[in-house]
Design a protein around this ligand. Structure first.
Ligand SMILES: C[S@@+](CC[C@H](N)C(=O)[O-])C[C@H]1O[C@@H](n2cnc3c(N)ncnc32)[C@H](O)[C@@H]1O
Length: 191
C-alpha cells in the first residue's frame, strides 16, 4: 500500500506523526537489509512508518507495562496498512535488552524515551546493541507538542527528555533535526 493510502486509513494522529518522521527516515538512507530495532512499540507508528519504507523492523515494549501508553494494538494498524509481514514483535525491557552486542544498524526510540524509567540505562543499552557506525535515532516531542498532547490526550503526560545528557559518557557524534512536532537526535557510533 502506498503511504498516502496508509495515512488515510490510519487517521489524523498517525498522519501527523508520519509526516514528521518519514522525511527523517528517508534522509538516513538506510540499506534495505538494515537490522532495525524499534524501542517502545506503543501504537506502532514508528514501526509502521519504517515498514511503509520497506524496512523490516523488530519492535518491542515492556511486557509488564500496564500504562495507557502500552499494548495499543499496533498489529491492527499494521494489518490495515498491509505491512504486518515486515514487523516482528518481541517484548523486552529497554533498560536490559536481550540482544547481543553490535547486532543492529539502527535503534529507533520514538516518543518513548521519556516513558522509560531509567533513560540512561536504555541509552547505554542502545549504544551497546548498535554496530560500529550504527545509529540511534531518538524522536522526542518538542515543548509545543508536549503542550498539545497534554491538552488533547494525556493531561499528565511527562516532559520530554534531552538525550544529550545520556550521551555525555559515550560521546557518540550527534546531529539534531527539528520538525514541527519532534526534535530528532541522531547519534552515530563512529569507530
Ligand atoms: C508513547 S509509547 C511510544 C510510541 C511508539 N513508539 C509509536 O511510534 O507509536 C511509549 C512506549 O514505551 C514503552 N516503554 C516504557 N518503558 C519501557 C521499557 N523499560 N522497555 C521497553 N519499552 C518501554 C511503553 O511500553 C510504550 O510502548
Amino acid at each position: 500500500m502506498d503511504k498516502i493510502d496508509a495515512k488515510k486509513l490510519l487517521g489524523g494522529e498517525f498522519s501527523l506523526i508520519f509526516d514528521n518522521i518519514d522525511p527523517i527516515i528517508q534522509e538516513l538512507k538506510l540499506e534495505k537489509k538494515s537490522k532495525i530495532l524499534d524501542v517502545g512499540t506503543g501504537e506502532g507508528r514508528m514501526a509502521i512508518a519504517l515498514a511503509l519504507n520497506d524496512y523490516h523492523v523488530l519492535t518491542g515494549e515492556l511486557e509488564s507495562d500496564e500504562s495507557k501508553y502500552a499494548k495499543k494494538n499496533w498489529l491492527k494498524s499494521a494489518k490495515k496498512a498491509e505491512v504486518d509481514h515486515l514487523i516482528t514483535y518481541t517484548p523486552f525491557n529497554a533498560e536490559k535488552m536481550p540482544f547481543e552486542d553490535k547486532s543492529f544498524d539502527v535503534v529507533f526510540i520514538s516518543g518513548a524515551l521519556h516513558h522509560i524509567e531509567d533513560g540512561q540505562a536504555a541509552y547505554n543499552e542502545s549504544v551497546r546493541v548498535i554496530k560500529n557506525n550504527g545509529k540511534i535515532c531518538i524522536f522526542e516531542p518538542n515543548l509545543r507538542a508536549v503542550g498539545v498532547i497534554r491538552e488533547k490526550k494525556f493531561a499528565d503526560h511527562p516532559d520530554a527528555v534531552d538525550p544529550r545528557e545520556y550521551n555525555s559518557v559515550h560521546k557518540l557524534s550527534l546531529e539534531i533535526k527539528k520538525t514541527s512536532f519532534y526534535d530528532a537526535y541522531i547519534f552515530q557510533k563512529v569507530e
